[in-house]
Design a protein around this ligand. Sequence first.
Ligand SMILES: NC(=O)c1ccc[n+]([C@@H]2O[C@H](COP(=O)([O-])OP(=O)(O)OC[C@H]3O[C@@H](n4cnc5c(N)ncnc54)[C@H](OP(=O)(O)O)[C@@H]3O)[C@@H](O)[C@H]2O)c1
Length: 365
Amino acid sequence: MRTTALRISHIVRHLSTSSRAAMSYPSTIKGVGIKQTGGLEAIEELSLPFPEVKSTDLLVKIVYGGVNFIDTYMRSGLYPPAFLPLPIAKEVAGVIVELPTDESVLHSAAFKGRGFKKGSKVAIDVTGSLKEYVSVPWDGNVFPVPDDIPVRVAAAAILQGITALGQVTEAYDVKKGDTVFIHTIAGGVGLLHAQIAKGRGATVIGTTSTPEKAALAKAHGADHVILYRSENVVERALEITNGEGVDVIYDGVGKDTFEDDFKYIKRKGTIVSFGNASGPVPPVPLFKLTEKNVKLLRPTAVNWVTNVEERDRYSAELFKLVASGELKINIFQDYPFTAEGVRQAQSDLTTGKTTGKLLIKVADE
Ligand SMILES: NC(=O)c1ccc[n+]([C@@H]2O[C@H](COP(=O)([O-])OP(=O)(O)OC[C@H]3O[C@@H](n4cnc5c(N)ncnc54)[C@H](OP(=O)(O)O)[C@@H]3O)[C@@H](O)[C@H]2O)c1
């Protein structure tokens, strides 16, 4: 009796925040994430209230979640979680099940321009999204997915794709004839960087740990791959570039590689430090940049796309490259939507076992 009363109160609360007919939705949904920061053991299955759906929100049934290093930073507390319990992935893709109900939104040119319809596919990059349903403002960090892109590919492409696109255009605009250096070139972001840079006519140099990963990187546009465990990265980079150094370095490794980046960056070159796979880069004295008049950036994907125009422009370019085959999305493995599945995915990612993209399969499409 008491359980029934509670269930009804959940549904009534949901209806009061949304005028849509919500009776077919459950009052609680499953997520996977953390209640407190910690090691892999902190990941657990979560029972979460059905999301509050505002009149300006899309309601999305999630089909896949993308696994990213940032998930491990949030789980460990390196990036303090914005709220708890926190479902851990921020990158997901799925299908719109409810549109906004606000008439002024529905009739606006900006909303219509995004092409959102019930049943259409979207990708989302919002912290705390690894759960069965996500509500997101129609003009929030949600991206229309064209009909010819499978939802699984969209989940695999969106976050790392925007990262790579932003970095090869706005951080340093890669041009024909440039020499581009990509750390962990066989990783999720790395394989995308390599293909886009190669597509622009650059010479692509990268690092990885094994010959198998090197072969994969070469199949995705790398001209030279340095095996950093057995070769001296600085010496090889200078040898390949006849002592000149490279125009741009994309460095997602962080602590272990940052200092050496300055030894083979060209004078007036650009270092894009964008991750902490080996730990965060300590504070850098500005004066260090004078040695070669180097430009140094520390960008993050979400800040390439902070409004509807940028979101739609970036995602359209990304999915166009994917649809044309110019950008191959290399999926390593689908992991189950369980605590064990997410633990295994995070463990595989952080111990260097993987190439390309890791996914969590949340539901059938
Ligand atoms: N700023 C942003 O917006 C943004 C967005 C996405 C990702 N990132 C960052 O980009 C980096 C790569 O992310 P990703 O998702 O594409 O992952 P990933 O490269 O697929 O990550 C796994 C690979 O990192 C390499 N690695 C090198 N040093 C490592 C170390 N000390 N510990 C563990 N792995 C190490 C390993 O490849 P090898 O075997 O080749 O060494 C491993 O297979 C991460 O630092 C991530 O935080 C930043």
